[in-house]
Design a protein around this ligand. Structure first.
Ligand code: COA
Length: 384
């Protein structure tokens, strides 16, 4: 396999967007192309991650985006894997470059749903669950993650305050991110007193519905070296899967796809969780971040909530988790999220993250899953 690098990255603001889905994607792609200092015509392939293009009346996004970038003859493919679409599109781009099919690939993630309103967005998103057993029976994602939260709290004697502390930390980091959707400092009491969405999860335990787009340029190491700009290296890539419906899982306090994807990525990178300086993890609900940091091996099973309580996951502590603000504060435009995490890692490893810079960041990990973890990809990156 060839060595693979990320040579450019760009993102729109996350939040409620006025632009169309195509404009969002093209704006992020143009930013990534500009930061990589290549010409659009050097791109050989495009992977677009998106779930609900239909909500903005545009599917078959790849040719539309490529045409708007002035490269209508470059082939592209749209990838859907629910909230994990971005990292899975990145993985496909990685595999194509590693295998030698292409030297330069554009990966763009985009979503635009907020104009449909909370009720409609909740219904649309429920189509990403195992609809026969979950969405179709009236269980939306807050309800599914609430089941996981209840199981975790009961088994590990954690508290709703512990969950709230994840939100407080991620909002604190998001305050330092000018592109974040919800830039608001909050307290544990704010979280505990916010309206209940699906007990024990309250409004401030949930990520928002967001619009936005993120893009990266992936290239072979030969191209990156010859080209001469700044880049980071992809040193581990893993994929995992779990039964789609929660009822078919043996344990609600762990996500098997995360563990499988992480194990592959660590093995390929020849690293252990202790070697990771910071991670962007999938915190769609506060409970998810606690489960993630255990499944990724940063903390022992059952220790995640205590680690958050002890401040071990804050910016520049033992391991900086979600320096961008995470899905909770930065926002969760589902097709864009996994690519947006990699944009953050690119900026962190190139020392361009401004006020939220992780000190001495050398190795970063991204973790992004679809639905309640039915699909997952983990990537590990290092500065060169
Ligand atoms: C939590 C949730 C129910 C709130 O929806 P809502 O009650 O319709 O909220 P609104 O859009 O009316 O916003 C009300 C206020 O709360 C804020 N807000 C909304 N969602 C928020 C969130 N998740 N975190 C922080 N603030 C939020 C809004 O900015 C708004 O503030 P303002 O009045 O100062 O402008 C909704 O965001 C949600 O379902 N999130 C989960 C999305 C999801 O499932 N994603 C997939 C994950 S797998």
């Amino acid at each position: 396999m060839k060595k693979v690098c990320v040579i450019g990255a760009g993102s729109t603001n996350y939040g409620k967007a006025k632009e169309s889905i195509t404009e969002l994607a093209v704006n992020a792609a143009r930013d990534a192309i500009k930061s990589s200092n290549i010409e659009p015509k050097e791109i050989e392939y495009g992977l677009i991650s998106n779930v609900f293009g239909v909500a903005d009346k545009q599917v078959h996004l790849a040719p539309v985006i490529m045409t708007n970038l002035g490269i209508p003859h470059v082939p592209g493919l749209t990838i859907e894997s629910a909230c994990g679409s971005g990292s899975i599109a990145f993985r496909e781009a990685y595999a194509n470059v590693a295998a030698g099919f292409y030297d330069v690939v554009l990966a763009v993630g985009v979503e635009k749903v907020t104009h449909t309103g909370t009720t409609r967005s909740t219904t649309l998103f429920s189509y990403c669950s195992d609809f026969f057993y979950e969405g179709g029976c009236g269980v939306s994602f807050p309800g599914l993650f609430a089941s996981m939260a209840r199981a975790y709290i009961t088994r590990y004697k954690a508290s709703e305050e512990d969950l709230a502390m994840v939100a407080v930390k991620n909002h604190e980091n998001g305050m330092l991110n000018p592109k974040a959707h919800v830039r608001k400092r909050i307290s544990v009491d704010d979280v505990l007193n916010s309206p209940i969405v699906a007990s024990p999860l309250k409004l401030l335990d949930c990520c928002p519905f967001s619009d936005g787009a993120s893009a990266v340029i992936i290239a072979s190491e030969e191209f990156a070296k010859k080209h001469g700009g700044e880049y980071i290296e992809v040193i581990g890539s893993g994929r995992g899967a779990s039964p789609a419906a929660l009822q078919n899982r043996e344990d609600l306090t762990t996500i098997p796809s995360t563990r499988a994807a992480a194990m592959q990525a660590y093995k390929q990178a020849n690293l252990t969780p202790k070697d990771i300086d910071f991670a962007e993890v999938h915190d769609c609900f506060t409970i998810a971040e606690i489960v993630d940091i255990e499944d990724l091996g940063f903390f022992e099973k059952g220790r995640g909530a205590a680690a958050v309580r002890e401040g071990l996951t804050q910016l520049n502590s033992e391991i900086s988790i979600n320096p961008s603000g995470g899905l909770k504060s930065k926002g969760h435009p589902i097709g864009a999220t996994g690519i947006g995490q990699i944009v953050e890692i690119y900026e962190q490893l190139l020392n361009k993250a401004g006020e939220r810079q992780v000190k001495d960041a050398n190795i970063g990990l991204s973790h992004n899953f679809g639905a309640t973890g039915a699909s997952c990809a983990v990537h590990i990156f290092r500065s060169v």
